[in-house]
Ligand binder design. Sequence first.
Ligand code: GLN
Length: 485
Amino acid sequence: MDIVNLSAFELATAIKAKKLSSKEATSAFLKRIEETDGTVKSFLSVNTSALKEAEQRDAELASGKSGPLYGVPVAIKDNMCLKGSKTTCASKILEDFTAPYDATVIERLKAQGVVFLGKCNMDEFAMGSSTENSAFHTTTNPWDSSRIPGGSSGGSAAAVASRQAPLALGSDTGGSIRQPAACCGIVGLKPTYGRVSRFGLVAFASSLDQIGPFARNTEDCALLMNAVSGYDPKDSTSINRDSADHTAGLKDGVKGMRIGLPSEYFEKDPSAEGVKSVLEAAKVFEKLGAKVEKVSLPHTDYCLAVYYIIATAEASSNLARYDGVHYGFRDKDAKNLRDMYNKTRGKGFGSEVKRRIMLGTYVLSAGYYDAYYLKAQKVRTLIKRDFENVFKNFDLILTPTTPTPAFKIGEKVSDPIQMYLSDIFTISVNLAGVPGVSVPCGFSAGGLPLGLQLIGKPFEEAAMLRAAYAYEQATDWHKRMAPVK
Ligand code: GLN
């Protein structure tokens, strides 16, 4: 049995049938991490008690406990609190911060018998699209180590693509799950805002942030969604409604589904490889019985500007807490309190985080608030309405996930605007609060994975996954494994 190539579902089934122990599964992934992480560099810390935890899961299984992911190992982005583990957000300012409690998603995973493999690399405070903004190291793309894995959840995506973990959690504020999933050739889902609790997720932009799953196929993605989603009274933006079973109906097909292709996402560069492969995917959906038509999301052009006003405004406020007093790094040489704040924040934050704090403070300051922040909020409403209008007549929207396949390390790092444009197809989904999933839909001429984004109605992740599953069955993109070189 080649353990690391098994899907999470296959692992869970083998563990349940006692053909494999959680300890055997966990040690296979730990070995894989040891063998490949010198190149891929997905992890910031590996859980040294993972094997012990797995042994405990095995004992619990023997005493009759079970669940859809019991004993299965999972990797976690390093911006989620796991009690007793370092939670650095890939920032110097939190380098020595140990989480004193569990995030709700972690609590849920623990209750369901999951084993934690470790914490994954990311762009500092989830600001970026390449993991190059990590204060510690850059993760490489498992398909080509000279390229970025995407970001900000690049470590989680690379871990799953390189079979260091069967599943991982990431967070997505403007594309940070879907974009790295596309770059690494795996499945990554951003849930509806309010579907998954943000309690214990280090806040970047609170009105946009959502935690979501990475997996190598849609079924595994649905299993992890089931495990982490649902109402949480500890998150005031969590929505109290029946939590859906994302695996029920997964195999029911797309007959009669109405799918929209937003012209604005296809017009800019109709020759792009990503665009072509999405148009091919649309044909597959038609063959499977869906109705595909052009639609319009007229405010698309404003998304990037609106996002970089709202996200930075919220970030400037959320990151005010890193002051050297509450927790985290404190500069020791300061002469007085003000000097301590300046030096702590000056040394603790990287340059992209500083840029965002300054931009956010600017758009919120007296005299500019109305012109920038308030205006952006109004345009955000228009963007949300665009989606509501399309969803009156359609069940799903299809777009490319990224404008290009994974770019070279260093290619965009000194040009913030170019970097921001990596999320041009994903940020509208966060602004509108709707769910989106990226699934593999082909390869570039250079052999790099391409992603198809499916956008669903609020709280209809299950329908979105049903379509993704149907597409996956009709193609074999998701079966191709990264060579890890
Ligand atoms: N790349 C975008 C940014 O830097 C999105 C990041 C994210 O989704 N966390 O803001």
